[in-house]
Structures are given as C-alpha cells and as structure tokens.
Write a protein that binds this ligand. Structure first.
Ligand SMILES: N=CN[C@@H](CCC(=O)O)C(=O)O
Ligand SMILES: [Zn+2]
Length: 412
C-alpha cells in the first residue's frame, strides 16, 4: 500500500535523526516543514519534503491535506485500559466530600475494580477493553502501554495481561504490557502485605515471565499501598526475569520512591504530583523518564506534576493519560496535551514533544515511534483545517482530528 499526503499545511516533529528523548531546552524546539508532502509505503514513513521539491508519484493513493496539520500519533506510555465496569458512584462520593484515599480505605478504589474484574469473563473483559482501545485510536493514539493491576490474584492478573496481549495481536496499534500485581493490597492479605508480596514474587512474576505476558513491572509506591522497601524487593526479584521497572510514585507523598526507582534502572517514574528538590535531583542525568498524568490531577483535583520546574531543571518529561476507572476515566491524549499547557505551563512545543518523542521513549519505542523520521512506523494524526499547531491545545474542547493513520492505513 502506497499513500502520499500532499499540500500539508505544516508537518510537525520532522527529524532526520530523532534523539531517543528530549530534555530541558531541547523540548522547546519542535521542528516542522511547511507546505509539505509525506510518502508512506508498507506502513512505513518512506520520505517527505517540501511541495516545491516533490517528485512524480504516479499511481499512488493521494490525500490532499491542504489547510491541515500532520503530526505523529500520540504515544501514551501509561494506561490501565484493561478494566471491568466503571466507578461513577465513587466519583459522586468524591463530589460529596470523600477523598480518593478515604474511598480506598472503605474498600472502594482499586479493590472495587479488582472485584469486578475477577467476576468478569476474559471474553467480556476483552470486549470492554477493545471498545476503549478503538476510542483512543480514533483520538489519535498510535502506541499505548497497558498495565495489569486490577486482578490482584494470580489468575486475574494473568487474565488481564492475556487480554492486553490479545489486543496487541488484533489491533494495528503498538501495545506494550506492564505487570502491576503490586497495585493494591487485596482484602485477603489486609494484615499480611508481605504475604501478598510473596505471592507476587513466587507465583505471579514467574508465570508472567514464562508466558511472556509483560516487558515491564510496576508498583504503586505510596503511603497506604507499597513502601520503598516493598518496591526494592519487587524490583530486585523482577530483575531476575528481565522485567524493566516503570513505577507509580509520588502521587500523594514523596517517600523516596523516585530515587529507589532510578537506582533500579527504571525506564520511567510516573505521576509525580508531589516532587521535592531531592526527587528532581535524583532524576538528573539518568535514563529514567519522568511521566506526568495531568488528566488524573484534573479528575481528582490534586496538584499537577511540576512539569515546568522539571523541564527548567533540565529534565525530560513525557505526558500520558493514566486511563483507568478510578482516577482518570479518559484516554484522550489531546486533552492531556492541552491540560499540560494550561495547568503545568508547558508550551505547545514542549507538550507535543512530551506526548510523542518522550512518550515513545517511556515505553521503549523510540526507534519506531514518536517522530516523522524515515523508516519509522507511519502513525499519524491529520488535523482538520486549523490556523496553527498552537490551536490544538488552545481549542481544548473541540475535536480537531480529521483522520488517524496507523501503520500506514486510515482507521475508521
Ligand atoms: N494510583 C494508582 N493507580 C491508578 C488509579 C487506580 C484506581 O483508582 O483505580 C492511577 O495511576 O491513578
Ligand atoms: Zn496509573
């Protein structure tokens, strides 16, 4: 299949050689080509250039992109798309005054989702999750990481990961899977957290590895959930199976999780709503990508990760959705990009870099995704006719996407 996009008003994130990640001042630069063409063959970006230098392309399917902006599809490096049912009652409880933590203490929260998921058949779970995946693809996401963590039993955790793997097989979008058995302490282990960690380390991890269900390992390192010591134990064990850490840290409290994650070679540390100067320092000159989840802050009315401060300190930053039934029932990366500008004071250039190049890095997809580079997968967003790329985060409530191309084909 050969596809030629012509008369593109502006082609964004054009990089001959794309750095694997962008840090500090590098994030200010968003390289673009105006009045451009782009040629796709067999799902790969083959070539691109300015319209005045376009050679003959006879016999190609052509899409006229006059007035439209084209950019790499979003890379959403943190999601919990595989879940069962919803938690709108907890949303109402929060409106009435209960906090996210108080709801969790009453047996709601993650435990509530785990109960639902355990009672849901694998087929039903697949169908519910597929609907969400199709939705986010239409919203411009071309690569997504999916976590387990709503199973909390050996069987239910494996079921979640099998569903994520099946999604990866059935859909053209790139999917990376993460084992998050240490998401919450199940009620059966209420007074025996170390017993639950034994179960994770002795039964879940070996099975996840044997069935090749995940590449990454995650833990919710937070007061009331898992401590830094728990995290160190899990990550040490996971290393034996070559699972790379991508961890939930600093959502409500800074308890030393960032430094410990960096020490264990984490690919990313995610949430970061509460960051001390020590946490920021711990990330300097490391391979660990800080990932902010602004729609979680929006939905829970909690602080936003100090993205401006982190970038000004020279760090890289990625943006992701955190799509899940409790803290972020939205997988809309367009909203994430806009909210990062509005609430975290990222410029449009920084936010787009964070949601493409750096998002790809945070799920190990730097070489294939996140930029308009020859040889990368042709995952693209074609916008409606808009005045400039700054209009994308500006007009935050409008659907500005005309079409989405994944692996070189337009998705419906
Ligand atoms: N904070 C931990 N885990 C999820 C939310 C889980 C839930 O409330 O269901 C998150 O990343 O926000
Ligand atoms: Zn999460």
């Amino acid at each position: 299949m050969k596809l030629l996009l012509t008369h593109i008003k502006e082609l964004l994130q054009v990089r001959e050689h794309c750095p694997e990640k962008l840090s500090g001042d590098q994030m200010k630069e968003l390289p673009t080509l105006k009045n451009a063409w782009l040629y796709i063959e067999q799902g790969i970006i083959k070539d691109f250039g300015k319209m005045d230098k376009m050679g003959p392309h006879k016999g190609f399917k052509t899409l006229d992109c006059s007035g439209k902006i084209v950019l790499p599809a979003w890379c959403d490096s943190h999601s919990h798309i595989v879940y069962a049912g919803n938690r709108e009652q907890e949303f109402v409880d929060r409106i009435k005054g209960l906090s996210y933590q108080q709801i969790a203490e009453k047996g709601g929260g993650i435990i509530n989702s785990a109960k639902k998921l355990q009672q849901t058949s694998e087929e039903d779970l697949y169908c519910q999750s597929a609907t969400r995946l199709e939705e986010v693809m239409r919203l411009g996401t071309g690569a997504v990481e999916i976590k387990s963590g709503y199973g909390l039993t050996v069987e239910a955790e494996l079921k979640m990961l099998r569903v994520a793997k099946r999604l990866a097989k059935e859909y053209p979008i790139a999917i990376k899977t993460t084992f998050l058995g240490a998401h919450a302490i199940p009620p059966e282990y209420k007074n025996d957290k170390s017993g639950y960690l034994d179960l994770i380390c002795e039964q879940m991890l070996p099975q996840v590895a044997e069935d090749e269900l995940a590449e990454y390992v995650d833990i919710f390192c937070e007061e009331g959930y898992f401590s830094v010591a728990d995290m160190e134990r899990l990550l040490d064990e996971a290393k034996k199976y070559n699972l790379i850490p991508k961890v939930h840290v600093n959502q409500f409290n800074s308890i030393g999780g960032v430094e410990a994650a960096v020490k264990h070679g984490a690919l990313s540390v995610d949430h970061l709503e509460v960051m001390t100067d020590e946490d920021i320092n711990a990330l300097q000159n490391t391979g660990t990508m800080p990932v902010a989840l602004p729609s979680c802050s929006y939905f829970l009315s909690i602080p936003y990760a100090p993205g401006r401060k982190m970038i000004d300190a020279g760090l890289p930053l990625a943006l992701a959705t955190d799509y899940n039934p409790g803290s972020t029932p939205s997988g809309n990366m367009n909203f994430v990009v806009s909210t990062a500008c509005v609430k975290m004071r990222l410029t449009p250039e920084e936010a787009i870099n964070a949601a493409t190049v750096n998002g790809a890095y945070a799920m190990g997809l730097s070489h294939t995704h996140g930029s308009i580079t020859k040889g990368k997968i042709a995952n693209l967003i074609i916008t409606k006719e808009i005045p400039s790329y700054g209009y994308l985060p500006y007009a935050f409530g409008s659907n500005l996407i005309d079409s989405v191309i994944i692996n070189g084909s337009e998705i419906k």
